[in-house]
Structure formats: C-alpha cells, structure tokens
Ligand binder design. Structure first.
Ligand code: ATP
Length: 200
C-alpha cells in the first residue's frame, strides 16, 4: 500500500486533486473531517480543550463551539499553539488508525488530504508528499471566486501559511496548477499511472 500526503496552500487545487484521486480509486482521509471527529463530546480532546479554554467554548448541545474557540485562539498570543498541541497529536493517532484499517483491507492507495500536513508534523504517516502549487495571482483569483473573500484577506491568509518554498523541501511531487482543469486532471492521471507501476 502507498500512503500519499496531499498538501497545498489556499486555492492551490488540493481539493480538486484529492477528488480526482478518489475518482481513480484512492481512499481519501480528509484531515478536516478527522478534526471535527476529534472534537466530539465525550472524547479526550473535548475534555482537554474545555480544560484549557474554559466552559465558555461549550455550546448548548455540549459540542465545542468552534466560532468561540476560534475567537480565543486567533485573538490570544500562544493560544493557537496550545490548541494545536492538544488536537494535532490526537488527529495523528486517529489518522494512523484509519491508515492501518485500510492496510488490513488491502487498499492500494491512501491519500491523506491535509492543508497542514507539514506544519502539524504528520508527514511520518505518509510515504510521499504531493504538493499543489499555483502562482499567486491565479491563487488569489480562484480563491476569490470560490470563497468570496476580499483579495486582501486571501493575501493575508497566504502570508500566514507556510511558504511554498518551505513546503517544497518536504515534497517529492510538486503539481503545478497554473493551467486548466483538464491539464490538472491529466497530470494527476499520469501520477496515478506511475503509482500503479511503483506500487508495493
Ligand atoms: P482551499 O484550501 O481554499 O480549499 P484548494 O487548494 O483545496 O483550496 P481547490 O478547492 O481545489 O483548491 O481549488 C480552488 C478553486 O479553484 C475551486 O473553485 C476549483 O474548482 C478551482 N480550480 C482549481 N484548479 C483549477 C484550474 N486548473 N483551473 C480553473 N479552476 C481551478
């Protein structure tokens, strides 16, 4: 089995690549979904988050109010790091378990789709890192169309994320997505073909 970590900055095409790989037959683990599961009431993460940030982050139905938590972690120095130290290792364990389950099922290709794959230190889970990149004007335009956010906010998001230069140091495959969707699809299909030959 091959485990691919798929990462990329905002608007770079990561979700599109992930979708194509799923269509081709990969099993995709979506880190965002795992993140949501990690916060479920009754979990250790839930308890640790409430212990660290207070009852005020608990919504009326017992779940973590991510908006309130977000306001705290983005408004207080060091709070995001504190939250990440609680949540990221738990997510690592959950994803490792899911990968092992796929291994038992003899799945051939697993894709771990994670925007923060490198930042969160999850790369030990994967055999190779694939990175989607596009030039900044293209990213800004696509992200504007998709999210409706103003250009300045998108640019500040780009600045707050790891640079592509840094991401490339950890990547074995760089998927340039400056072209059309058809070109992207063709590139992903070629990479998929390559995997079929190298698969073990
Ligand atoms: P985010 O982190 O913001 O979710 P992402 O890296 O997952 O971004 P996508 O959602 O795949 O990126 O792509 C962003 C937007 O750009 C989407 O609306 C997608 O359909 C579009 N897009 C992606 N690649 C191309 C392309 N080559 N040509 C035209 N549009 C594209």
């Amino acid at each position: 089995m091959k485990v691919i970590g798929l990462t990329g900055g905002i608007g770079s095409g990561k979700s599109t690549v992930s979708q194509v790989l799923a269509e081709l037959g990969a099993m995709v683990i979506d880190a965002d979904t795992v993140g949501h599961q990690a916060y479920q009431p009754g979990t250790e993460t839930w308890k640790d988050v409430v212990a660290a940030f207070g009852q005020e982050v608990v919504a009326a139905d017992g779940s973590i109010d991510r908006k309130k938590l977000g306001a705290i972690v983005f408004g207080e120095a060091g709070a995001l790091e504190r939250l990440n130290r609680i949540v990221h290792p738990r997510m690592y364990d959950m994803m490792a378990e899911q990968i092992e389950e796929y291994r038992r099922q003899e799945v051939k290709v697993v894709v771990l789709d994670a925007a923060i794959l490198i930042e969160a230190n999850w790369t030990p889970l994967v055999d190779e890192v694939w990175l989607t990149v596009a030039s900044e004007p293209i990213v800004v335009q696509r992200a504007r169309e998709r999210t409706g956010l103003p250009e300045e906010q998108i640019r500040s998001r780009i600045r707050s994320q790891l640079s592509n230069e840094e991401r490339m140091k950890h990547s074995s495959v760089v998927i340039n997505n400056d072209g059309s969707l058809d070109q992207l699809r063709t590139k992903v299909m070629e990479l998929w073909e390559g995997l079929q030959h190298s698969n073990n």
